[in-house]
Design a protein around this ligand. Structure first.
Ligand code: ADP
Ligand code: MG
Length: 315
């Protein structure tokens, strides 16, 4: 499945999901008009706090949750009109580590291959297990596997039918740092080999270091969707730390800045909006006050700042 049906590996238009609770008749509008386009070959990160709707979005793509309205296509195949093709174009690693405790990894992969109508092929399954460093556990019951091993097995399971799109729902939640880095390397490797990746995370660092493009979702709504770099650049907030020649006893007041404080080390901490004032204007004010500068450190905005800014606002 290498021919491209459309420009996008995943495309959704005005996707909505309302979970209906018949007992209490309370409804949860978990996705609100979510339109996302993921290009072939991208690593796309869907970022958002708990309860934002990330798993709902992914589970709709994987046909585990029924959408209420809107459109979703995988590899050009509409999940409703062409469910078989859509399903074979995608592999999903769910957030929950749900595995049959009495299946061995090799059996898990062979069963999965069978489900997708592919020929059973122990050699391919073994190769997958090797790649994910599970070959020693190939014939052990799943219940004896550690959390990290289970997650790697689920990853192998999602890859058995060699889908062009791999979706990982919070792949590194609760995973130790070493395994996290291993998973990142594996995701990067798959992507280099041509797999389009969609992952959800609430780790900003993860999204920032892995993803080409980031969508931020909050309360079911997409609040940002841009190339990672642009997202970081878009934040109109800069921080500069200024070390002065002589110790300052009082914090000088500065015109036009967002905040100025003097810390214990006698370092001036200035926050300003680069689109509103010029840094030279800050320097000129310091000069007027006869404050001599020894050192200046500027801090780039990171995703954490953007995330807080976008998700802090209530609905
Ligand atoms: P995330 O993966 O970003 O943490 P989810 O998609 O799991 O978010 O959940 C989005 C919202 O939908 C949450 O408020 C959650 O409680 C609710 N929700 C999820 N699954 C169900 C369900 N099966 N029935 C009712 N509400 C649900
Ligand atoms: Mg989730």
């Amino acid at each position: 499945m290498t021919s491209y049906q459309t420009k996008f590996a995943i495309e959704t238009k005005l996707l909505n999901k309302t979970y209906r609770n018949k007992k209490s008749s309370t409804n949860k509008h978990a996705l609100k008009d979510v339109s996302i386009e993921i290009e072939h070959g991208q690593i796309y990160g869907l970022l958002g706090p708990n309860g934002a709707g990330k798993s709902t979005f992914i589970n709709i793509l994987g046909n585990l949750v029924l959408k209420t309205s809107g459109m979703a296509k995988i590899w050009g195949y509409d999940i409703e009109k062409n469910p078989r093709n859509a399903r074979s174009a995608i592999g999903i690693v769910p957030q929950e580590l749900n595995l049959d405790p009495f299946f061995t990894p090799i059996e898990v992969l062979e069963t999965q291959a069978g489900l997708y109508g592919g020929p059973k092929n122990e050699r391919h399954s073994m190769e997958l297990l090797k790649t994910l460093r599970l070959e020693d556990q190939a014939h052990a019951y799943a219940r004896s596997l550690s959390g990290g091993m289970r997650r790697r097995l689920l990853l192998a399971k999602a890859m058995t039918h060699k889908p062009p799109v791999l979706v990982l729902d919070e792949p590194t939640a609760g995973v130790d740092i070493e395994l996290r880095h291993q998973l990142w390397e594996y995701v990067k490797k798959l992507n280099k080999e041509g797999t389009t990746i969609l992952l959800t995370t609430h780790y900003l660092e993860e999204a920032q270091s892995l993803c080409d493009r980031i969508g931020i979702i909050n309360h079911g709504k997409v609040v940002a969707d841009a190339p990672t770099k642009d997202l970081i650049n878009s934040l109109d907030r800069k921080q500069v730390l200024i070390k002065t020649e002589e110790s300052l006893n009082v914090c000088p007041s500065l015109d036009g800045v967002t905040e100025v404080t003097l810390d214990e080390e006698n370092i001036l901490n200035i926050i300003y909006q680069p689109t509103k004032i010029d840094f030279n204007y800050i320097l000129a004010q310091l000069q007027d006050k006869k404050i001599n500068i020894r050192d200046i450190i500027t801090k780039e905005a990171d995703l954490e700042d953007i995330f807080l800014e976008l998700t802090n606002t209530n609905e």
